[in-house]
Structure formats: structure tokens, C-alpha cells
Ligand binder design. Structure first.
Ligand code: AMP
Ligand code: MG
Length: 325
């Protein structure tokens, strides 16, 4: 009896061996949407992970072709070139992204505002060129999300200088799309990241993923490490794209009311169920600063945040804060 059982156990073990020998974590990386896209995933059939990763990179290229403000033929560029002159019919996906962006503008009283680009476009981060105050002032009237009129798929701008840019929300959305693709391939354990925006499904060999929040001044050093499963996490940092003039840092996030970069915080990390939300919220909280930003996070169900302020001090939202002894 015992022998029969042992034999059966041995048989089952041998039958699963070929699968186990190949089943391993795989990772793929490509540079798309102006950032590094990484897929790390596990499945008993490794070919599935390869196929899903390829589908994800194709999806990222599709989104970039639609949403890039740099590409002259992107739907976003066409909208920017036309929507003041005449109403534009956009596709459902772009309409949804614009309406999501407007939702975060309402929620934050205009701290998140995709019309920031009307001024933001004057900065050249690669060449380290900043506009003079007169140029900023001349474009500031166009920075106002109320100047976007949306009725379903119809979009119109009510000021000639309005330009929009979805850089504060698009990567989070792209990561959500990637997770849908992984689920379609029945992959249950994975991490996808697009620059500072990541989303995790399942676990890492039965344990949570350990996600580090980097020190704003040292890329390889983590200031805090969070154990995470089944969540999205986005970090906005002033070190991502910046230049300095007379010791003052000008970075890629713009306060809509001033046209200048916010400097009260160095990085904002937001955790929540979806990348589109964590991405938009990390940018939003960066503009709002510690007090108003945390108040907004704490008022939202299922959203948490870690802020590193300008002095390097860490601030945790209520759901993450250590209970006081
Ligand atoms: P993130 O890296 O997610 O914080 O997003 C930064 C990107 O958001 C920038 O590169 C801009 O494309 C965009 N952005 C900058 N300022 C704002 C703002 N006030 N509201 C919405 N999007 C913004
Ligand atoms: Mg963001």
C-alpha cells in the first residue's frame, strides 16, 4: 500500500517536472512612450509570458502613437492643432482619458490640469531652457481646464493658446491596459512598470513584492520599502526631468496657477487599485504639497500616499501611518 502511494507520488512528480523545469520568472524591457517599460511575470508555460509581453509592448506603441504630443500625426496633436478652430470628434479612448483628467482637475481644484501644457511647452528640459516671466504670463490665461469643453466624443477649446498633454495620466492608463492583457493570457503573477508607474498582480513566489521608494538624490538608494500585492503604485519625483538655474530646480511638473514648478516636496508615491488613478494622483499631490495633498488622499477610499518633503522628511497617509505606541 505504502509502496503504491510512493509510486503514485513519484509518478505525479515526474509528470510535472518538465513544466517546472521551464517555469520561471521572466522579464522583458523596451523603451516606449519616452520611458522604460518593464514586464516581469511568471507562468507555468513560459511562452505565454513571452506572448503577453509582446502584446503589451505593441499596446504601448499604439498608445504612444495616439497620445504623444511630440508626434505630428498623433490624435492628441491633431486635437491640439484644431480644437480652438472647430469642435473635434475624438475616439472613445481619448475621450475617456480627457474626461478622467477633468475629473482629477475638479477633485483637486485645478492642481491637476492637462492644459498646463499651454505653459509647459515653453520649457525645454533637455536643453535646460526656461521661458522668461513675460512669456509665461502671456500663456497663463490658457492654463485652465474650464477652457476644455467636452460633450461625449466632442471636444473644443475656448482659448486659442490651449494645449493639452496627458503625460500625468497616460502611463498609469498604459499600465492598466498591460494588466488587462496579462489577465487575458491568464497570467496571475506579474509586475508591469512604465517609468514611475507600476502595477502588480498576485505575489512574488508567495510573498508580497517589495517596492522601494527611491531617495530623491540617490537613484540606487531606497528611502522606504513597501510590501505590496495586487495594487498600482506611482511615484512623481522632481529628479525625473529637470534642470537648474541659479541653484533653482525646474522640473517636469507645473503648478497651473503660476506656470512654475512646485518645490515643497521632492517625491510623491501613491498606492491604489488602478494605475490611472495613482498616476494622476501622484502628480496632483505633488502640486498640492504636503498638507492639502495628504488631506485629499485621506479623503479618498482605497488611496494611500508617501510624500518626501523638501527636507527629506517622510509623510504617510492615515492608512499607512504607524499606530502611535
Ligand atoms: P508624473 O511623472 O506622473 O508625475 O507626471 C508628470 C507629467 O505630468 C509631466 O511630464 C507632464 O506631462 C504632466 N504634468 C505636469 N504638470 C501637470 C499638472 N499640473 N497637471 C497635469 N499634468 C501635469
Ligand atoms: Mg503621476
Amino acid at each position: 500500500m505504502v509502496r503504491t502511494r510512493l509510486f503514485l507520488f513519484w509518478l505525479v512528480y515526474c509528470l510535472t517536472l518538465p513544466q517546472q523545469a521551464h517555469a520561471a520568472w521572466q522579464s522583458f524591457e523596451e523603451s516606449i512612450m519616452g520611458t522604460s517599460i518593464k514586464v516581469e511575470a511568471w507562468h507555468a508555460e513560459p511562452a505565454r509570458v513571452r506572448a503577453a509581453s509582446k502584446a503589451i509592448f505593441d499596446e504601448m506603441r499604439r498608445l504612444n502613437a495616439m497620445l504623444s504630443p511630440q508626434l505630428p500625426d498623433s490624435e492628441l496633436t491633431q486635437l491640439n492643432n484644431t480644437a480652438y478652430k472647430e469642435e473635434v470628434m475624438v475616439n472613445t479612448e481619448l475621450a475617456n482619458l480627457i474626461s478622467k483628467a477633468l475629473h482629477f482637475s475638479e477633485l483637486s481644484n485645478g492642481a491637476f490640469d492637462i492644459t498646463f501644457a499651454s505653459v509647459g511647452n515653453l520649457y525645454d528640459y533637455r536643453k535646460g531652457i526656461m521661458p522668461d516671466q513675460a512669456s509665461i504670463n502671456s500663456k497663463l490665461p490658457a492654463v485652465n481646464y474650464h477652457r476644455i469643453k467636452q460633450d461625449g466624443l466632442r471636444v473644443r477649446f475656448t482659448h486659442p493658446d490651449v494645449k493639452i498633454d496627458l503625460g500625468g495620466i497616460a502611463k498609469g492608463y498604459a499600465v492598466d491596459r498591460a494588466i488587462e492583457i496579462l489577465k487575458f493570457y491568464e497570467i496571475e503573477h506579474a509586475l508591469v512598470s512604465a517609468g514611475g508607474d507600476s502595477r502588480i498582480i498576485g505575489s512574488h513566489d508567495g510573498r508580497p513584492w517589495m517596492i522601494g521608494i527611491r531617495d530623491p538624490d540617490r537613484e540606487m538608494k531606497s528611502t522606504a520599502v513597501l510590501p505590496l500585492m495586487d495594487t498600482a503604485i506611482s511615484t512623481s519625483g522632481d529628479y525625473e526631468r529637470f534642470f537648474k538655474v541659479d541653484g533653482v530646480r525646474h522640473h517636469h511638473i507645473i503648478t497651473p496657477s503660476t506656470g512654475d514648478s512646485p518645490r515643497e516636496v521632492r517625491s510623491v508615491t501613491v498606492i491604489g487599485p488602478k494605475g490611472i488613478t495613482t498616476d494622476a494622483m501622484s502628480t496632483t499631490v505633488f502640486v498640492l504639497g504636503v498638507e492639502k495633498g495628504m488631506a485629499l488622499v485621506n479623503s479618498m477610499f482605497g488611496i494611500e500616499a508617501v510624500i518626501i518633503d523638501k527636507d527629506g522628511k517622510l509623510h504617510y497617509s492615515n492608512g499607512l501611518a504607524q499606530p502611535k505606541a
